[in-house]
Design a protein around this ligand. Sequence first.
Ligand SMILES: [Zn+2]
Ligand SMILES: [Zn+2]
Length: 536
Amino acid sequence: MTYDRSLPRAVRQRMPRARDVAREVAEQHGVCIRPIALQRLDTHTGQREIIDVPCGATLDAVCPPCAKRNRQLRMAQCREGWHLDHEPTITPDEPDDEQRWLIEFRADMQAKRDQADQAGKDTADLDAIITGLDEEINTAGMRGNVLAGASGKRNRSTRRRQDAPDLPQRKMANTTLGRTFASSGGNVYRPSLFVTLTLPSYGKIRDGVPVDPDTYDYVRAARDALHFSKLVDRFVQNLRRVAGYDVQYFATVEPQRRLAPHLHMAVRGTLPRAEIKQIAAATYHQVWWPPADRVVFEGDRPPVWDNGVGYLDPGTGEVLPTWDEALDQLDADESAQPMHVIRFGAQVDVKGILAGTPDADQCIRYLSKYLTKSLGGGWNPNHRAQRRHAERMLEALRLEPCSPTCANWLRYGIQPKAAKSGMVPGQCRGKAHKPDHLGYAGRRVLVSRKWSNKTLAEHRQDRRTWVLEALGQPDEPTDPHRYVWKPVPAGDANVPPLAVRLLRAVAERERWRAHMAELQARADGQDLSANREEAA
Ligand SMILES: [Zn+2]
Ligand SMILES: [Zn+2]
């Protein structure tokens, strides 16, 4: 885009840039504004093409239109599974397309990074992408673990078993469906639950901030946020034991104003409210990590790396215990205490919901309300006390170990798992330490495997199939090895400017919309949604 140079500078500066206009138009049309250009090689035809993939289909950090779209997909997923009236078929536990795609993409990025490195170029950007992808791959792989239960590789003695023996137990029935109730008029009711679970108090809160920041337990708040997902796992295990069937759920992790995560959960089937509260009260998780309460090495005197040996005490030159050694020591110590024990707070909210009622719809909207926002957001940076509170929370998190591989273990005199040179305590790049996550690095949406019997990718595919069928272009099953995707290097001459790509995507979207509207009109009263049911 060229500007008329004869215009005064002030006028030129007020002219919106083409790219900004294109972005605005794209946003209005719900089109991705940060598309990722990928080269697609069709191995059947040998044809190479540059395809824009919406950012929302790949990475976690997505543009607003993609976030909105993903939220709508999540709502559809929540709705489909909540009051299921037939048993879903078993879902194979193989890597889904999303995971496979991420791993291929990761390999490509690594190759690119290594090339740049060899050519003596700056690799900082690529390194950042690779770190992000690694986190993505890890969380994609961990998704199933929410249900898999605790299958720690190390054998703990029975005194460390974490079940809650005081809870009632029903005989296990091989079903995922909740009970139904029939009225005398022959109507069948399918009740379910909407549960909200909250973490305990760390100190009195007023207007979202601690009344007394100096006595507010920031360390406890940080550790609870770091291990929150484990507590949710335990809750689900206990819930199933008490309920006596394979309870399915769709849950979202949301921020509270006091900057603690809490959980909203749509549960299929129903239990007495008092029992849910009893389960929440009895559920806990012990973190069997080495102690991290005594600082051994301050920031100005961190342990030093020795190639082939590991991290050494900077004063004595002694090798620090490795992660495995520290765990062995913990196991051998009869009097050892868990590094942290996490429980829910007293505030448990349980609501009974009937299928197909406005109540159910309202809950689904509520469940997905904050999905487009980050966990760390929501506080006002101009509000002094809120900013101070967020800063103190981040500072507590900065020094807490986020995982066995966290550099912060050096501060407590232990070599992190898979230790390598260059680790600096207080500077771990793990997601959990970042302001957008505030300790919780897990998935925002937790869906049990037999919920709607579909992954998010399949829900996305559903929509695509439906649209293609409506257009009279059956979506043929594709050979999964047909296409090879490669990232396109930045500045590649084959990629048009972003403004052009965005406007193209808008035109495409409009063409489809118009076509769909035409079909709808032609269908002459025929209900398209019925076709959709059949297609599913
Ligand atoms: Zn996007
Ligand atoms: Zn860390």
